[in-house]
Design a protein around this ligand. Structure first.
Ligand code: G3I
Length: 353
């Protein structure tokens, strides 16, 4: 799917052609280096104005669900790359990159995985999935969220780990198995450990941060090919950011040789004041607090929001406001107009030359 420049500048992008179409006759608009967003093929297809705004504002996309087990593996003997390939085609045709999300997650496993009944079988299926999926996209994705959300929400100690299908059969060694399988399948891809709720000041969030650091350093000590910590940054507008603690945490990760990405930024405004301008300002300030802490020790070369426009956000579905007003968690409003949050992001992702 290619967004033609003429249609694009009119804002009513005419989705044209297929991968066979030539690149736009003129260079695409200025793009922010490093800034990206999560998208679904479904939204890009049915909302061409939204697709045009993705091309305008992003240099990278990440699939919301098209590379997850539930989509890729409808049956045990099936790998369905159709939607993932379509999204990669959209990115490539519009001079964007794409990152992978996610290879191992406690959530969203297809029903057939309940047939897995031994450690040998679990390791075989886990490695087979990672090898097949990462090999399919070898050299074409910038990075992979290999293990997603391994720390439990009710974390009480830094040693706490979330249980999942894989840990039930393999113990926590499933994590190292996953990173080694991903590295073997694509030695170029940056391999990410992705987590949420490590940005805030009040317990249990500092404990979750400590658990994530303990897990990451343990993987490095074991020689596992872990390259990046992904901070999802699903920021709750009512939770104060631990600016000092988060800044120190990121610096410690970087000193250990790890890179840091912001992978899923949005700001949950469910409990924030109703007036739009006031709410937008709080959202932008919250993101600024987190991004300032994260970049105190160095810049971000990957910063993605979980969605681009309030028109398509999981926050509206999961955290609707009690006053019935539409949520405003993302950089563009529902009419695709930049908000204060987009100006905040501009300060952390330099514009392309
Ligand atoms: O499967 C249907 C597909 O057939 C249909 O065409 C499409 C139309 O939109 O919807 C598809 O399904 C839903 C999908 O979201 C797309 O909207 C799935 O049923 C639904 O389970 C899926 O939920 C996603 C969820 O992860 C589980 O994959 C949410 O949108 C997505 O926001 C959420 O994202 C997670 C990250 O992966 C990890 N970090 C937290 C974040 C928020 O929970």
């Amino acid at each position: 799917m290619l967004i033609s420049r003429r249609a694009f500048t009119s804002g009513a992008a005419a989705v044209v052609g297929s991968a066979a179409m030539a690149a736009p006759s003129v260079a695409p608009r200025r793009r922010r280096a490093g800034y990206g967003a999560a998208v679904t093929w479904f939204d890009l297809q049915r909302d061409v104005e939204f697709a045009a705004s993705v091309v305008e504002h992003c240099t990278q996309i990440v699939p919301v669900y098209e590379l997850k087990w539930g989509t890729l593996r409808p049956r045990r003997d099936v790998f369905d790359f159709d939607l993932g390939d379509k999204l990669l085609g959209f990115a490539t045709e519009n001079q964007m990159t794409m990152r992978g999300h996610n290879l191992v997650w406690y959530y969203g496993l297809p029903e057939w995985t309940k047939e897995i009944s031994s450690a040998v079988e679990a390791e075989r299926e886990l490695v087979k999935h990672i090898d097949a999926v990462v090999s399919h996209y070898r050299g074409r994705l910038t990075s992979w969220d290999v293990v997603n959300e391994p720390i439990p929400d009710d974390v009480a100690r830094p040693s706490d780990r979330r249980e999942c299908l894989w840990s039930r059969f393999l113990g926590q060694r499933y994590i190292e198995i996953a990173y080694r399988a991903a590295a073997a399948a694509d030695p170029q891809a940056r391999l990410v450990l992705n987590e949420y709720d490590v940005e805030f000041a009040d317990n249990p969030f500092p404990i979750k941060r400590a658990a994530l650091k303990q897990l990451a350093f343990g993987l490095l000590d074991a020689g596992a090919p872990l390259h990046v910590i992904g901070l999802q940054c699903h920021l709750n507008g009512g939770e104060p950011i631990d600016i000092e603690g988060l800044s120190r945490f990121v610096e410690e990760l970087r000193l250990a040789g790890l890179d840091v990405y912001v992978t899923e930024l949005d700001v949950n405004d469910q409990g924030l004041p109703a007036p739009m301008d006031e709410r937008d300002a709080i959202v932008a300030r919250h993101a600024n607090d987190a991004l300032s802490a994260i970049t105190a020790s160095g810049p971000l070369d990957n910063l993605l929001t979980w969605g681009l426009s309030d028109r398509h956000s999981w926050i509206s579905q999961m955290f609707p406001r009690h006053d019935g007003l539409p949520n405003r968690p993302l950089p563009l409003d529902a009419d695709l107009r930049p908000k204060a949050l987009m100006s905040t992001l501009d300060r952390f992702t330099h514009a392309a030359a």
